[in-house]
Design a binder for this molecule. Structure first.
Ligand code: ASP
Ligand code: MG
Length: 403
């Protein structure tokens, strides 16, 4: 199973180079089954035109529109393969047997019936499937949502019993930190599903979290790698029985903002009321912190995506009186900095070390949250890069480093 992302098929040259690679794999007798994403920024472009043309943007028509992106890419890739003498057929999600529910723009896969894909394989042909799309029981075309091609690839890998699912992209793998921030960041040879999911939650956008979850549930091994250099990338798979690195990666996320509801009464039901109201507005709350109350009142702080800050502030202001809060304070200039590592759960002192590293840098910690294998601190946005660099070094992740 090979999935090619948008940058991998961004233009004619890229499509020809991907076709060339597929042809070589095919010649060696290794399938493959291919899933493609839309070319370059096509999905964004289609969404943009839609926003200009329509206010209502009905889900059915949006899905018809957006899935055209992948359909274009799959047809072009097949043409390029034919020119190289490789028998290849393109298939829409519907033709490939990707059965989904009817929730337009964010459909979920219910069942895979890839009979036509299996038939193509048996006939020695290369099936090329349009990613992120399926068909509902009402026979409507559905879109799986942004990043949905990864999910298509993982679901097909599972259904066809593929030995692994290769996700080709414009970077050579998953790194121990963003190489644009940390020059000494290194490509990780392997990660557990759990580590990858924690990195996703901490702000690492690729591979799409939903597909990693799917891969973990169904035991599909992922190989994140480059379609520019074709070198081996990063395996995401079951945690090995070997000892795990204490810290595998440092991730930061500047996409969140903080809201503080100050001086609320410290009695049952206050948090329930606030977060129910936020949930009803479909606001996705991430970290939550409540201070101990010394004089019968307490402060509640939480983070939300930047885009939801205004709406969240509105909700809090509307409830201010009822909650007895003394004020609502919005702070967009925060960032989260996280360390992730499967070995954390069996090693003491990791949090102490993280806090010491930040202290030595003179960086103030504003909020803290943890999971078994992740530690996250909220810091000033302006201090985030410095924090990442210092943590990456302190935990021995720089080239030549090592704990
Ligand atoms: N092209 C769509 C997107 O950019 C779906 C995908 O390829 O994952 O989100
Ligand atoms: Mg921010």
């Amino acid at each position: 199973m090979q999935k090619f992302g948008g940058t991998s098929v961004a233009d004619a040259e890229r499509i020809k180079s991907v076709a060339d690679y597929i042809a070589r794999v095919h010649k060696r007798g290794n399938g493959p089954v291919v899933v493609v994403s839309a070319m370059g920024h096509e999905t964004d472009d289609l969404l943009e035109v839609a926003a200009k043309v329509s206010k209502s943007r009905p889900g059915r028509e949006m899905d018809m529109l957006v899935t055209a992106g992948e359909r274009k890419a799959m047809a072009l890739l097949c043409m390029a393969l034919h020119d190289l003498g490789v028998p290849a057929d393109s298939f829409t999600g519907s033709q490939a047997g990707v059965l989904t529910n009817g929730e337009h723009t964010k459909a979920k896969i219910l069942e895979m019936r890839p009979a036509r894909i299996e038939a193509a394989l048996l006939a020695g042909r290369v099936p090329v499937i349009g990613g992120a799309q399926g068909v509902s029981s009402g026979r409507e075309v559905t879109f799986l949502g942004r990043g949905g091609s990864d999910t298509t690839a993982v679901a097909l890998a599972k259904a066809l019993g593929a030995e692994a699912c290769e996700l080709y992209t414009d970077v050579s793998g998953v790194f121990s930190a963003d190489p644009r921030v940390v020059p000494g960041a290194r490509k990780l040879a392997r990660l557990s599903y759990e580590e990858m999911l924690e990195m996703n939650a901490a702000g690492c956008p690729k591979p799409a979290m939903r597909s990693v979850e799917f891969a973990r549930t169904h035991g599909v091994r992922l190989h994140v790698r480059s379609s520019f250099t074709w070198e081996p990338g990063t395996w995401v798979e079951k945690e090995s029985a070997m000892e795990q690195p204490i810290v595998s990666a440092v991730v930061s996320d500047q996409s969140e903002a903080k809201l503080t509801v100050a001086g609320v009464a410290d009695h049952p039901g206050v948090a329930a009321k606030l977060f129910r109201a936020l949930a009803d507005k479909l606001i996705n709350v991430d970290m939550i912190e409540q201070n101990v109350s010394l004089h019968g009142t307490t402060d509640i702080s939480f983070t939300v995506p930047h885009d939801d800050l205004e709406a969240a502030q509105q909700v809090a202001l509307e409830l201010q009186r009822e909650l007895g809060a003394s004020g609502v304070f919005a702070d967009p200039d925060i960032a989260t900095v996280s360390i992730v590592g499967a070995g954390m759960k069996t090693n003491p002192g990791v949090s102490a070390m993280m806090f010491e590293v930040l202290a030595a840098e003179g960086i103030n910690i504003e909020m803290i949250s943890t999971s078994a294998i992740r530690l996250t601190c909220v810091v000033r946005e302006s201090a985030a890069d410095r924090a990442v660099i210092a943590l990456h070094k302190a935990f021995g992740l720089d080239w030549g480093g090592g704990l």
